[in-house]
Design a protein around this ligand. Structure first.
Ligand code: PMV
Length: 296
């Protein structure tokens, strides 16, 4: 049986698609598990009801991985996941990584981490069209990640634990759609969008140091600034903005949307003392609130 965790983007979403850096964290308490069994015919089962589109994507993913790995034997795959589908927590990348890990073990393929990462990046293209690669990379390496399109991938060394609280808006972000709509706007005014992406890039660089120093006040300020710029490029939503405001009034040092936007999650930074207050407050707005403690 192989497992892969979830992820959350902390800084630089969207800008990372345009070769700027991004920072993402593994979410280790949520994960996908895949187990392969010998079988006479090919089949799979999943621990939840999938809609037609989800079924189609899963079948496509499995077929693609089998083709890429040149596998021909029939097997039965059992998939279980505590990750909500399409809520910005990396369910697709987590599934791809867990599947490739399990096939690597089951068929004794001996694939290295890097090879698994490269293949899971190709899988992400099936789901998202033009992914930056940040999701599959943070999930593969399971460490807080500074990601620069693969050019300068670094793992962050976080000395003191930092507490984040995530609240889901309940609305699925359509990553592919949001990314392609932004791309149209980008093509019509590159100057404007490059300026904003550069500002986000500057924030991400500062955030890298603030995270390594566990400076939650600065992390909070930078999250607020990043959110403002994401609003400017119109990938936020009234609900995400409301969640951010509410978090700031209830013990957060900073808050922003996370991931593609127009739905998905808000993430806020807090401290040990304010954590429970913030969680309880956010539970009045969202039925999916959880904390992440980050350290390395
Ligand atoms: O919605 P998510 O969590 O899958 O995040 C998408 C992040 C983007 O930067 C918008 C796209 C990408 O591939 O990095």
């Amino acid at each position: 049986m192989a497992k892969a965790c979830g992820k959350i983007i902390l800084f630089g979403e969207h800008a990372v698609v345009y070769s700027r850096p991004g920072i993402a964290m593994p979410v280790k308490n949520l994960y996908t598990e895949v187990k392969a069994y010998k079988s006479d015919c090919f089949s799979y089962c999943v621990d939840r009801v999938l809609d037609e589109e989800e079924k189609e994507k899963l079948t496509k993913l499995i077929e693609f991985v089998f083709l890429e790995l040149n596998l021909k034997d029939n097997i039965h795959l059992h998939v279980e996941s505590s990750l909500p589908i399409s809520l910005g927590l990396g369910s697709s990348a987590s599934l791809a990584v867990a599947l490739i890990r399990e096939l690597t073990e089951f068929f004794f393929l001996g694939l290295e981490k890097k090879e698994i990462n490269n293949l899971s990046f190709k899988c992400e293209k099936i789901f998202h069209g033009k992914p930056s690669g940040i999701d599959n990379t943070v999930i593969n390496y399971e460490k807080p990640l500074y990601y620069d399109g693969g050019k300068k991938t670094e793992f962050l060394k976080i000395k003191k634990p930092i507490f984040f609280v995530v609240a889901s808006t309940g609305k699925k972000p359509e990553t592919k759609k949001v990314v392609s709509e932004l791309n149209e706007k980008y093509n019509s005014d590159k100057k404007k969008y490059n300026r904003i992406f550069d500002e986000i890039s500057d924030i991400t660089e500062k955030a890298k140091k603030a995270l390594e120093d566990s400076d939650i006040v600065l992390i909070g300020e930078l999250m607020n600034k990043n959110h403002k710029l994401l609003k400017e490029i119109e990938v936020s939503s009234p609900k995400l903005d409301l969640f951010c405001e509410f978090a700031l009034q209830n013990g957060a040092y900073g808050a922003k949307m996370s991931g593609a936007g127009k739905g998905g999650n808000m993430i806020a930074v807090t401290d040990k003392e304010n954590k429970d207050k913030l969680i309880n407050a956010l539970c009045t707005l969202s039925d999916q609130v959880f904390e992440i403690e980050v350290k390395t």
